[in-house]
Design a protein around this ligand. Sequence first.
Ligand SMILES: Nc1ncnc2c1ncn2[C@@H]1O[C@H](COP(=O)(O)OP(=O)(O)OP(=O)(O)O)[C@@H](O)[C@H]1O
Ligand SMILES: [Mg+2]
Length: 257
Amino acid sequence: MSELVINNLHVKIDDNEILKGVNLTVKQGEIHAIMGPNGTGKSTLAYALMGHPNYNVTKGEAFFKGKNILELSPDERSHLGLFLAFQYPVAIPGVTVANFLRTAINAKWRADDPANKGIRIPEFRKLLKERMDLLKMDHSFAGRYLNDGFSGGEKKRAEILQMVTLKPEIAILDETDSGLDIDALRIVSEGVNALRGKDFGAVIITHYQRILNYIKPDFVHVMLHGHIVESGGADLALRLEEQGYDWLREKYDIVSP
Ligand SMILES: Nc1ncnc2c1ncn2[C@@H]1O[C@H](COP(=O)(O)OP(=O)(O)OP(=O)(O)O)[C@@H](O)[C@H]1O
Ligand SMILES: [Mg+2]
């Protein structure tokens, strides 16, 4: 069983320390939710774990499958089985959804076995159709340029399509629920739940308890001011929905954000 272990992670953007010592362990088979006010460092954690060059790790460590991932390139982290669904997915004009996914699958297979010839086209078409049907996506999406002119909700669905096609061992979903209509939220949640099992773990970053009605978390964490200050079960998200964050700011003597 793989686990992602984050110890005392400090991250700076330019000269500002955003993460001030984050500790978190996520095992395959577990679903964790991270909630917290705007600007507390949730996306920073996601980007730092995936190796975005602007996010400078100044202290602490992150291990996945026993490897120090902070020493790996983003593609090596991905080949190891980590996946990030972006809060703001970027468009890649000129690259179709189908080509992007096929390239990603082949890169992963070749990382596992350099002699691998890659996925055959008929096999890939079948896989892609199956996964698009799971997410109730129109098949014409496969031929569109990735995220180019996609609506907010379509981008989020495209992120989940990547996830269910690549089948990572641990996925970090950064506000995948934001901007989804009610039906799309249920469909995307079903996509996540389809992977749920002993081989899949996830960190769901969200502002709303609503998605957690569909994807029931094993653990809920609250991030305030660059720290995970409170952890609990699914009931913690319900309490936040009712009471907001002020009780935690008082408890931990944090002024803002
Ligand atoms: N490129 C950057 N340059 C300077 N500051 C940045 C940069 N990126 C993020 N920050 C700052 O880092 C802090 C944390 O940002 P982050 O995106 O991690 O917040 P978040 O918890 O994901 O918020 P939200 O809930 O609004 O998505 C914010 O104060 C933000 O302004
Ligand atoms: Mg964010």
